[in-house]
Design a protein. Structure first.
Length: 383
């Protein structure tokens, strides 16, 4: 089967998969992502400075919260909640002690949070947050939640009767320091890393418990180098707004990036957050100017990229300058680049992606990307 035939088959299968997803749990998008961090004030400064997020809301001692403080940042449709515990003995503190800075909550925007809880728990999900209603002068928000892989949870958020800044208990927050946007628009997908043998368990969870469908599967022949390999299943909800690739390590000569993540994160968790932009050259150049470090793509990658992807609107020399990769499918092409880990532990990182029609995940870039990751692993002595 030639590459063009594979691309056409993927495009046809993709639409078929969207149609097959069982939307008993309609999801309108990612409501927010909560990171547990060691110092929320300093983390907020970093994400504002380096990524271009803006102040939105705050909860802490001044608002009557006694267990933790949270800063809420926003850029485009992306909301990050950065939370730090006050007390050493709490669920939040335990998460921080075990995993370091990392994603705890992937909150999903739904029409009915109570029904979402009933739908998922009746299909086997373990409850995390019992259905609850919180309210203030701006209305009410209904929420519920379930456990997923590792210590990661999904919280269902129903906010159609709320007009406040974020959630009850939060107040509007701003400071004199407001760096400009870097052009980030929305979350494209979020990737979970799980131990060997658990990829099918969690893909089945998303299919049976949440009504998702398997959009595409990559095996160790697709995602491998001479030394390491992994396998991945991309799960999507019916409207395609939510995509969760689930990775597990595959047997290789050396330790893969998934194994390194699992070792340092101490279990399964969110490996990276892919955020979309309409102008990746501006976004990446601006983020690099602000100190964000990206993976280095071998210069030889660009020697053959044009033969593989064909004509594109961007200047290839400009893409090479910033280390931006290109891939194509039947619907168009995409541009992507990956940061180095944003924590001292080599765990969470970000992907910057611009889709020019393409709906795939950059399979043609896997070889160069994984060689770049292995080069960083070698520097850390963890390959």
């Amino acid at each position: 089967m030639n590459d063009l035939t594979q691309i056409k088959n993927f495009a046809y299968s993709e639409q078929k998969i969207f149609n097959q997803a069982k939307d008993f749990l309609p999801i309108f998008g990612t409501d927010y992502v909560e990171l547990i961090v060691g110092n929320a004030k300093q983390a907020a400064h970093y994400y504002k400075t380096a990524f271009g997020f803006q102040d939105l809301a705050y909860a802490g001692l001044e608002t009557g919260r006694k267990d933790a403080t949270s800063y809420v940042l926003q850029q485009g449709k992306i909301r990050l909640v950065l939370t730090t515990p006050f007390q050493p003995e709490s669920e939040i503190a335990n998460h921080l002690h075990m995993h370091g800075d990392g994603v705890k909550t992937i909150a999903l925007w739904v029409d009915n949070a109570y029904d979402a809880f009933e739908q998922t728990t009746s299909r086997g999900a373990v409850p995390y947050l019992q259905p609850t209603t919180i309210a203030d002068d701006f209305g009410e928000v209904r929420m519920s939640g379930i456990h997923t892989y590792g210590d990661t949870v999904h919280v269902f958020v129903e906010r159609k009767n709320y007009n406040g800044v974020f959630l009850p208990g939060y107040i509007p927050y701003t400071s004199a320091y407001q760096p400009g946007s870097t052009g980030l628009k929305y979350i494209d997908h979020m990737v979970g890393n799980v131990p060997l043998g658990e990829m099918n368990t969690w893909s089945t969870f998303y299919e049976q418990v949440m009504g998702f469908a398997n959009l595409v599967t990559f095996d160790d022949k697709d995602i491998s180098t001479a030394y390491t390999a992994l396998m991945s299943k991309v799960m999507t909800n019916g409207n395609g707004y939510i995509k969760f690739p689930i990775n597990e390590p595959a047997v290789g000569l050396k330790k893969s990036q998934v194994e390194e993540y699992l070792d340092f994160y101490k279990g399964a968790g969110c490996q990276h957050i892919a955020v979309a932009t309409d102008d990746i050259v501006f976004t990446v150049s601006e983020m690099q100017r602000r100190g964000v470090e990206f993976l280095h793509v071998p210069g030889t990658y660009y020697d053959t990229v044009q033969n593989r992807v064909g004509k594109i609107a961007e200047d290839l020399a400009e893409l090479k300058k910033w280390g931006i990769m290109v891939d194509r499918d039947e619907e168009g092409y995409l541009l992507q680049i990956f940061t180095k880990p944003v924590e001292d532990r080599p765990t969470l990182f970000f992907e910057i992606i611009q889709r020019k029609g393409a709906k795939s995940f950059g399979k043609g870039n896997f070889q160069a990307l994984f060689e770049s990751i292995e080069a960083e692993q070698a520097k850390r002595g963890t390959l």
